[in-house]
Design a protein around this ligand. Structure first.
Ligand SMILES: *Cc1c(COP(=O)(O)O)cnc(C)c1O
Length: 361
């Protein structure tokens, strides 16, 4: 248990009145959670857990994170239900994954229960910031970065753990909207032995160039192929990806190069409950494009906390383009979206114990 010291802001920010214009990650709440790590400190090294008014950091220009990207993060949401309860979706999964990310980046871990406690404490204090509009949420961004002032390439001996909150608009302002995806055949996001399974800023830094290329061609997302053969589908931008071919559901296995999404594993559970065969393994882009041309590629969708489910209507791979489901949203895609959001907003009974209550809103 953390003994969290709370210092409240003297003046509070004005809350946005038009929740349809929130966008994503542009507005931040009144407070932030902070905790420091120092190797020379006693116990686990983590100390001084506190909530303070939201403020800029002061860090040394020579600190490790700015030069060598020793940093990890998480992404989760708080939901406000119709009967005004504030709740989280499987936060213990994020806490567990955070430990794996930290381990890969040589960043000191935070006990899972402390991570969840910190998230809950901050969300409860900021509960008035959880949007009221269906679809809009309070986005939660925990992160840890290396603060030691040193240009040698070594693990830092000091870190800051921080949680910030951002009220964010419904991902789909006017209902689920299918996206067009560009298959990246040159650059890669991950390779065996690298950091693909970790949620770290460095992975994103390496992905920005492909995103720019895709955008210039009119595509909103990049589909990554495996880093060795440039042949097997892995994931999309900040989402995992699923293909429904001839009634079966395929997604890449989490064997180190793919981010093990909480949405991904929830969707796999639901699909299995509904009697679908789910295959976690290698699926080549050639087989995907062929299935598309043969009329067997029934549905394609991304999955992630931000969008929940993102239907795909077009794939472009080299000179080949495949259109999926006449640009319409697939039946399974829609059902998954409705079920996931139904559980998250408390409209559907949570028979799986995925929901963790925070407080009355
Ligand atoms: C966060 C993330 C996902 C999705 O994970 P969720 O836990 O479902 O939000 C997928 N791919 C990448 C690269 C990510 O960073």
């Amino acid at each position: 248990m953390l003994d969290i010291k709370i210092t409240k802001a003297e003046t509070l920010k004005e809350k946005p009145t038009d929740e349809s214009k929130l966008g994503f990650g542009r507005i931040f709440t009144d407070h932030m959670f902070l905790m420091d790590y120092d190797r020379s400190y006693g116990g686990t090294g983590w100390h001084n857990p506190r909530i303070e008014p939201y403020h800029p950091f002061s860090i040394a220009p020579g600190c490790v994170v700015l030069h060598y990207a020793q940093e990890v993060f998480e992404g989760m949401k708080a939901y406000r239900t119709a009967d005004n309860k504030i709740q989280l979706f499987r936060p213990e999964c994020n806490a567990r994954r955070y430990q794996d990310s930290c381990d890969r980046l040589c960043i000191p871990q935070i006990p899972e229960e402390d991570f969840v406690q910190a998230v809950k404490a901050l969300v409860e204090l900021e509960k008035d910031w959880v949007p009221h509009t269906e679809g809009a949420t309070l986005y939660i961004r925990p992160f840890t970065f290396a603060t030691m002032e040193q240009l040698g390439v070594h693990a830092s001996t000091s870190y800051t753990f921080c949680i910030i909150l951002s009220p964010s608009g419904a991902y789909y302002a006017t209902g689920l909207a299918p996206v067009r995806i560009y298959v990246e055949d040159e650059y890669i996001r991950a390779a065996p032995g690298l950091t693909g399974f970790a949620k770290c800023g460095g992975n994103y830094a390496a992905s920005i160039k492909s995103g720019e290329i895709a955008e210039a061609l009119g595509y909103s997302q990049v589909l990554w192929l495996d880093g060795v053969e440039h042949k097997y589908v892995e994931e999309v931008g900040s989402m995992n990806i699923f293909f429904k071919i001839d009634g079966k559901i395929y997604t890449a296995a989490c064997t180190g190069t793919v981010l093990p999404g909480v949405t991904r594993r929830s969707i796999i559970e639901l699909c299995k409950d509904w009697g679908y065969e789910v295959i976690e393994g290698k699926l080549s882009i050639d087989d995907v494009m062929k299935a598309g041309h043969d009329g067997k590629l029934e549905e394609v969708f991304g999955s992630g906390t931000a969008a929940v489910v993102s239907p795909v209507k077009e794939l472009k791979y080299e000179k080949d383009v495949v259109l999926i489901g006449d640009g319409k949203i697939g039946e399974l895609t829609q059902k998954l979206y409705d079920t996931m959001t139904g559980i998250q907003w408390g409209r559907i009974k949570d028979t799986k114990n995925w929901i963790v209550p925070v407080c009355q809103g």
